[in-house]
Design a protein around this ligand. Sequence first.
Ligand code: GUN
Ligand code: ZN
Length: 429
Amino acid sequence: MAELLLGQTLSFNADPFIEGPAAARHDRRGGVLIEDGRIAAVGPADTLRTAHPQAQIRDYGDGLISAGFVDCHMHYPQTGIIASWGKRLVDWLESYTFPEEMRFDDARHARRIAALSLDLALANGTTTLCSYATSHPESVDAFFAEAEARGLRALAGKTCMDRNAPAALCDTPARAHDESQALIERWHGRGRLSYVITPRFAPTSTPAQLEALGALWKAHPDCPMQTHLSEQTDEVEWVAGLFPQARDYLDVYEGFGLIGPGAVFGHAIHLTPRERARLAESGAGVAHCPTSNSFIGSGLCDVDGLKRAGVPVGLATDTGGGSSFSMLRTMAAAYEIGQLRGTALHPAQLWWLATRGAAGVLGLEDRIGDLRPGCEADLVVLDLKATPAIAQRAARAEDFWEALFPTIMMGDDRCIREVRVAGRPVGGS
Ligand code: GUN
Ligand code: ZN
């Protein structure tokens, strides 16, 4: 049975970083036709009503229908340590992250936290996540089992480390390879799930482990590969000391075949001109993690510069280094970091980063991230007057972007009216 959702709609004809705000398409009275879990048509409400008289109508009034948010870099096992005080990256990993990740040798704990993090994401309108698990294969099983139970399109990988981490979290080059391969065979391409080859970052892998994972990626080029790149300046110096033969941080990954289309580099803040140019020509993408970059004190990522160089960029919460599960809060942080760099990102650009841009970084732009016929019907419906503070500002707006911007800057899960996964409502009013 076809269902026709009516409300305001927001979609993209092109990339607003290239074409400007006109790349986005807003319909004040629009519609999205859903058939068999996919978007069958998008257009003006009246046109769709006339063309599809049998469809069951769900009218959200002035609610905004958008593609669900796509969080292209997060750590589900860090859900319980979000908002942990007072540390920068390396100390934060040692004080909070590694002790928490050690608990994921317990499959029941992993299942409980996976369920919790997915439900928090859904409550915030996020319908696809790309997560780091821990080094325990059970932590990947837990995440995928809970994602599958919710019908979510989701991506994850075992976080490989064989040095500079507690022994209980370390594997070896061979174990990293073999356990990752077994997980690829178990989960990759099963339903809506994708396996992501995941070396945590250069400091926690020996050259032998990076080499093993480069070989694994070569054997499974349809899997994405994710890692961290140039998040803090002392981390960059640490990497230079660990890999003295490399030209720069990115060159470490290049040396082991860990760059190319399908690579997702988290943070990418302190880049040399060579690294930026190399990222662009390689086809790799960047996950911009603005709440994390301010919370852990990492720095101001040059999103505009990356985009102008031709690097695909998506938005990410990086929970629990990031301080919010909300992609609205994350868009607000991206705006503020842009301002600190002298570039005011337009609401259309912020929305792109959180939807179509993040889907593109994950190689999923044909399936999710936009309201387009053929895409999977992973949707969020927002109330653009969800709180008194937002409502009073939106009431003064003279155009759609001015009406949307207060929700971006002041919004959170209170703005989420309904979420749909493959067409099915999963919560909200
Ligand atoms: N670099 C290596 N591991 C991590 C992590 O878990 N979070 C963040 N923010 N950076 C990292
Ligand atoms: Zn991260």
